[in-house]
Every structure is written in structure tokens, then in C-alpha cells.
Design a protein around this ligand. Structure first.
Ligand code: ADP
Ligand code: MG
Length: 238
């Protein structure tokens, strides 16, 4: 049974078709990656799922419910971007708690929830630091904690590790995967990096110029590419 279902999503900017009749599904607790070169429409597709872009046609269902006509903040979908978009003048704790403010929760409950996610990303010791005192990798873990603290139904990650150096990037790939499994949370992860997609995903959707080329397990994508585009794109991976 699928948890997130996109059917026939198309979207144009000006006269340019950026998403071309995209249908995909993600199971509950699955980590699915959208993989493709720069400009192929990955961010636009994520923004469409989040309700930040309106498709010309198509439907989006999450957890059995049509969400296409719901406003973005009513969809209960979290997002993490390449740029962390944290508040530099706030502590780690306050950055993470920020997402909970609108919920008007008891202070003790806020404390508990923030502590729980900070320990999940192994930053409990950094709670009182300002985010500007943290490394890039640590800042991205704060962004992840802030997205998780509201317990979204779905977490979308748009090239979250692309600004980090190779060693930290590999470490965070493993951490994100471990957290995703521990929480059983459904994730859609976007990257242009084949190796990253291979390492982190249950399944991969390859996109080229707004069209889905192939949906497969990482291994199958490598051994049984369905088009020359996929073969060449994945061929860069070794
Ligand atoms: P990716 O994330 O895969 O690099 P994007 O989804 O950002 O690709 O962009 C897909 C295409 O849509 C690109 O050609 C880009 O220039 C275009 N595009 C993205 N956002 C806009 C916008 N707001 N207005 C016009 N064109 C856009
Ligand atoms: Mg992008």
C-alpha cells in the first residue's frame, strides 16, 4: 500500500514544461530518492508535493487523503534544504523549538520534544550554543531536528548535503538513513549525486528533463538501466 501517491503531475513555468506527467508512489516508512542532473525538475517536484508550487494537472494523495487543494502548512510535510535557513541569533534549542511555537504547547512538553530530537541528531550537548558557532554538518543536523520535531507525516529533503565536504556528507548520509529507519518516517530525498542515492535509498526515481526515466532499487538501477540516459548517468557511479 502506498502512502504518498502522485498521479499525472504536470507543471509549466512560462511555456516550458518542467514536470511532464509524473506519477510516483512511496510506501510508508520508505526512503525514496529523486535523482537527476541539475535543472531536471527535482526541486520543483518537491515543492509541488509540499504545496509551494501548484501543478497544472494531477493529484497528490498522502496517507489516503487528497492534499492537492490543501494549503502548504496544513499538509503536515517537513522540508530540509541545502541552505539550512536557521536563525543565526537564536540558540540551537530555540531554533528547534521554533517549529513548535505555533502549537502553543506547555513549556515542559516543548523541552521534552526538543531534547528528544536533539539527542536523535546527537546534538544534546549543543543545545545552548548559537548556530553560528557550529560547523556546516552540525547546522544541517539542527535543520533536520527542527523538521522532525513537529513529527511530520512526510519529510522532504532537497540536496541537504550538497554544501558539505565529502567526509561529513558520507557520515550524514548514514545518520539520516539510521534516523529514518529508527523513526520509521517516510522520506523523499533529492540529489544529483548517484553515489549518494545508491547509498541512502530504498528506491530511486531517475528524472530527466521533467520526466521519470526509471524507478528501481539502487542495485537494479545499476545492473538493469532501462534507457541510455540512465545507463550513462548511473555509469558515472563507480
Ligand atoms: P533541479 O532541482 O532538478 O535542479 P528545478 O526544479 O530547480 O531543477 O528546475 C527545473 C527547471 O525549471 C529549470 O529549467 C529551472 O530553470 C526552471 N525553474 C525552476 N523554478 C522556476 C521558476 N520559479 N520560474 C521559472 N522557471 C523555473
Ligand atoms: Mg534543485
Amino acid at each position: 500500500m502506498s502512502y504518498l501517491d502522485l498521479e499525472n503531475i504536470s507543471l509549466s513555468f512560462d511555456d516550458k514544461l518542467v514536470l511532464n506527467d509524473i506519477s510516483l508512489s512511496v510506501g510508508k516508512g520508505e526512503l525514496v530518492t529523486l535523482l537527476g542532473p541539475s535543472g531536471c525538475g527535482k526541486s520543483t517536484l518537491l515543492r509541488t508535493i509540499a504545496g509551494l508550487e501548484e501543478p497544472k494537472t494531477g493529484s497528490i494523495k498522502l496517507d489516503g487523503e487528497e492534499i492537492q487543494h490543501k494549503r502548504s502548512r496544513e499538509r503536515n510535510i517537513g522540508m530540509v534544504f541545502q541552505q539550512y535557513a536557521l536563525f543565526p541569533t537564536m540558540t540551537v534549542f530555540d531554533n528547534v523549538a521554533f517549529g513548535l511555537k505555533v502549537k502553543k504547547l506547555d513549556k515542559k512538553i516543548v523541552q521534552e520534544k526538543v531534547d528528544t530530537v536533539l539527542s536523535l541528531v546527537e546534538l544534546e550537548e549543543f543545545s545552548d550554543r548559537y548556530v553560528t558557532q557550529l560547523s556546516g554538518g552540525q547546522q544541517q543536523r539542527v535543520a533536520l531536528a527542527r523538521a522532525l520535531v513537529v513529527e511530520p507525516k512526510l519529510l522532504l529533503l532537497d540536496e541537504p548535503l550538497s554544501a558539505l565536504d565529502a567526509r561529513i556528507r558520507k557520515q550524514l548520509q548514514l545518520e539520516i538513513r539510521a534516523i529514518q529507519k529508527e523513526l520509521g518516517i517516510t522520506m523523499v530525498f533529492v540529489t544529483h549525486d548517484q553515489e549518494e542515492a545508491m547509498r541512502i535509498s530504498d528506491r530511486i526515481y531517475v528524472l530527466s528533463e521533467g520526466k521519470l526515466e526509471q524507478a528501481s532499487s539502487p542495485n537494479e538501477l545499476y545492473t538493469q538501466p532501462k534507457s541510455q540516459f540512465v545507463a550513462e548517468f548511473i555509469g558515472d557511479y563507480n
